[in-house]
Ligand binder design. Structure first.
Ligand code: CAA
Length: 385
């Protein structure tokens, strides 16, 4: 049996998230972008509604709404403000998710519960100045000293870097082995001596989501804060990214729908040559292409989220979702600007911000070139689709 309907709980979540976005998020989006400030008051309200732990089970104070619920949430939030969605994503899809996937029961009780409740924020520190797509070429080290590991090194381009309380940090414990057993994940608290976050970077888009460097200078991490076992860190990172890429597609879907709706409205209202431009076939074709992109992304996204919730393998499908949704949102953004004409280029209108916000999606959480590698590897390894 194939059933594409959302459960009553999922529909309720969508309605609450949509109302929250309409009332609290969208009206602030332009100001958040302009001031380049992380909207911590909105994040606090989102926490109050349980939005920061929607994906996790109730035993860890989560909403128990699974990946499907989480995608519904991020889709709605991203309709209103991409920066806000990215802050929630960096926290829930990456930092907290790594602890949920790889943490011991004690780690989940101690760290995941307050993260799911939104009392604390999380981040995921993998990328370094010399280690982007080639994540295992990192130089941050963790040396064993008695019952501690001592962290030294720098991370770069870290979402929530300066607002997170809990950091999942990846470091070399065996430089010879690297991706194959030489990288370990650690849970680090922001107050620990020797840790410091840099200033937010100046970015093209998602300017209310802070992206910073992180500096670790002889940070002592207790053995109990190793996440997923010594040498297992690269797998922890890859497994977390596999899940995160699904919900990133949901953010792109939300932003795409917002841009299509704005474009339909504009096309119906804007009169040229004595009729609304929506009556011009050239504009109709653009609207139709946007809708086709959105429907394709929506279809593969919720199918893949369902696979995650069913415990089925989904690594390739997640990479396909990331690739398809991030390419689609950029095409949609381009067409939205074109339909809006000169107004689409002006900062007074939301399309200009949405266009800038869209671009990073093809870069972060694994560039689209890396998604091609991940997908192709599954094909050549298996020898068939
Ligand atoms: N799940 C579990 N294990 C996995 C895995 C997965 N999805 N992918 C790889 N592994 C395992 C492999 O099986 C292998 O295990 P063995 O040692 O047992 O053989 C090990 O990990 C190493 O795998 P590879 O040989 O494939 O590793 P690689 O060095 O060739 O790298 C890569 C593979 C896919 C290119 C990887 O480096 C990658 O994903 N790069 C992109 C990094 C990325 O996404 N960065 C984004 C940063 S986070 C971010 O952007 C967030 C933000 O702030 C918004």
């Amino acid at each position: 049996m194939i059933d594409f309907t959302f459960t009553e709980e999922h529909k309720m979540l969508r309605d609450v998230a949509r109302k929250f976005t309409d009332q609290e998020v969208r009206p602030r989006a332009a100001e958040i972008d302009e001031k380049e400030e992380a909207p911590l008051d909105i994040i606090q309200k989102a926490a109050g509604l349980g939005f920061l732990g929607v994906v996790f089970p109730p035993e860890y104070c989560g909403g128990g709404l699974g990946e499907i619920g989480y995608c519904i949430l991020l889709e709605e939030i991203a309709r209103g403000c991409n920066s806000t969605a990215v802050i929630i994503g960096g926290h829930q899809s990456l930092g907290a998710m790594a602890i949920y996937l790889a943490g011991t029961e004690d780690q989940k009780q101690h760290y995941l519960r307050p993260l799911a409740e939104g009392k604390k924020l999380a981040t995921f520190a993998l990328t370094e100045p010399g280690a982007g797509s080639d994540a295992s070429s990192m130089t941050t080290t963790a040396e064993k000293h008695g019952d501690c590991f001592v962290l030294n090194g720098n991370k770069t381009f870290i979402t929530n870097g300066n607002i997170a309380d809990v950091l999942v940090v990846f470091a070399l414990t065996d430089p010879q082995k690297r991706a194959h057993g030489g990288i370990t994940a650690f849970i680090v608290e922001k107050e620990w001596k020797g840790f410091r976050a840099g200033k937010p970077e100046k970015k093209m888009g998602i300017r209310g989501s802070h992206t910073t460097s992180l500096f670790f200078e002889n940070v002592e991490v207790p053995r109990a804060n190793v996440l997923g076992g010594v040498g297992e860190g690269f797998k922890v990172a890859m497994q977390t990214l596999d899940v995160a890429r699904v919900s990133l597609a949901a953010q792109c879907l939300g932003a795409s729908k917002e841009m299509l709706d704005l474009s339909i409205k504009h096309a119906n209202e804007r009169v040229q040559f004595d009729k609304p431009i929506a009556e011009q076939q050239a504009v109709q074709f653009m609207l139709a292409d946007m809708a086709a992109d959105i429907y394709q992304v929506e279809s593969i996204l919720y199918r893949t989220a369902w696979m995650v919730d069913q415990g089925l393998p989904f690594g390739r499908e997640s990479a396909i979702c990331k690739l398809a949704a991030t390419d689609a949102v950029c095409r949609v953004a381009d067409r939205a600007v074109q339909i809006h004409g000169g107004m689409g280029y002006m900062r007074e209108y939301p399309i200009e911000r949405l266009y800038r916000d869209a671009r990073v999606n093809r870069i972060f959480e694994g560039t689209n070139e890396i998604q091609h590698l991940v997908i192709a590897k599954t094909l050549t390894k298996k020898g068939t689709y």
